[in-house]
Design a protein around this ligand. Structure first.
Ligand SMILES: [Zn+2]
Length: 391
């Protein structure tokens, strides 16, 4: 009887908590620390703190864990601290079986972020924080959650001639959105983003890149008259919601699934592109935004057999010329059967595609500057009458 009552009490509590937030945007993976006067929580979209333990007065231990293993080492965390009165607290954060990748940032409004002083020794990261009634957010990178993409697209739509609607749904039923701009031709530039949830610098590049393509200047309007644009900025909303390190809700890497299409996310995007082509449309080029330790553009080799073999070389050469203080690093590669998106475009549509990787710690202004220049030089390259089959 006692157990039944306890079970009922827990269920009721769960129900009450669930009612407090949108059911589809509930983050269930977050633990909390609550001493009564100091509270560490992560039950908000994109929050993550797998375990939290009170070690002593105002001393906490947070443990981070991946969604499953094996996994690329990208320990994500995002949590909020509140205290009833100004309190100095010490947080030790460790990663179970792995090392940290992201130095902590803090924000009071989740919009403006600054690096947080910390010490790092092996897998233990130590931070000292002044907690107060004003909530402070701490995260591995800026928090860009699913709602952020929706707000961004709405803002774009209010100023530009684009459509914004659902392409499909994720494993957990969250919407996967697409943005489209249609010109007079049948050729499409395709842009992917956020297959890997913690790769926020990739998202920080995608936003200004797309905004530059939508500018109202001569170059961009000329580009949009001659090319259509398909942007799928947030391919893994389930992973973004719970702050996964890399995978979707089934624990799979979506950027290794572009041959098998074992996941609903890749299946639906593939079907959409196939349908476009079946209707006489043509994929011209594709860019997939990610992050890694440094800025690098993973390309397909020029001799892989695609049309316009030197197109990417011409574009990235123009980007390098446009930015004297930025060295464009390209890494051509062809890994058969590994299921990455750039290879998918080459193998299925016979066109070039790149993985656009921004460094985790690249300056945010620099990310924007590179993206704007990359978008402008891409439009110029697409509109020029250079023969891309000659070097
Ligand atoms: Zn990635």
């Amino acid at each position: 009887m006692k157990n039944t009552l306890l079970a009922f009490a827990l269920l009721s509590t769960f129900f009450l908590i669930s009612c407090g937030s949108t059911p589809s945007e509930k983050n269930n993976n977050a633990k909390a620390c609550n001493t009564g006067s100091v509270r560490l929580t992560a039950d908000f979209p994109t929050g993550r703190m797998n375990n939290c333990k009170v070690l002593a007065d105002n001393e906490f231990l947070i443990t981070l864990m991946p969604e499953n293993t094996p996994i690329n080492s990208s320990p994500w965390y995002a949590f909020k601290i509140e205290a009833d009165q100004p309190t100095k607290i010490k947080i030790t954060m460790r990663v179970k079986g792995d090392l940290h990748r992201y130095p902590p940032k803090f924000s009071y409004d989740t919009k403006n972020w600054k690096l947080l002083d910390h010490t790092l020794k092996n897998e233990r990261l130590v931070m000292k924080v002044n907690a107060s009634t004003k909530p402070i957010y701490i995260a591995g990178q800026e928090i860009i959650n699913n709602q952020y993409y929706i707000d961004w697209a709405k803002k774009l739509k209010s100023a530009h001639n684009i459509t914004h609607d659902e392409l499909g749904q994720s494993t957990q039923g969250l919407p996967i959105y697409k943005i489209e701009s249609k010109g007079k031709s049948n050729e499409w530039l395709v842009i992917f983003g956020r297959m890997h949830p913690p790769e926020v610098t990739g998202a920080l590049a995608l936003f200004p890149f797309v905004e530059t393509l939508l500018n109202e200047n001569t170059l961009a309007t000329d580009f949009r008259r001659n090319y259509n644009l398909l942007v799928i900025p947030n391919i893994n909303p389930d992973g973004v919601l719970v702050g996964n390190w890399r995978h979707n809700a089934n624990g799979l890497d979506l950027n290794r699934d572009w041959i098998k299409f074992s996941q609903i996310e890749t299946q639906q995007i593939h079907a959409y592109l196939q349908d476009l082509v079946a209707k006489g449309q043509k994929i011209k080029f594709a860019i997939d935004f990610h992050s890694t330790r440094h800025d690098v553009f993973y390309t397909m080799p020029t001799d892989y057999g695609m049309e316009n073999k030197y197109f990417v070389k011409h574009w990235l050469g123009a980007l390098d010329d446009a930015m004297p203080n930025f060295k464009v690093v390209t890494k051509p590669g062809n890994t058969l059967n590994n299921g990455v998106s750039k290879q998918y475009f080459a193998d299925n549509y016979n066109v070039h595609a790149i993985t656009y990787e921004m460094g985790d710690n690249t300056g945010r202004e620099q990310i924007k500057l590179i993206a704007e220049n990359a978008a402008n030089t891409l439009m110029e390259t697409l509109l020029s009458d250079i023969n891309h089959n000659e070097e």
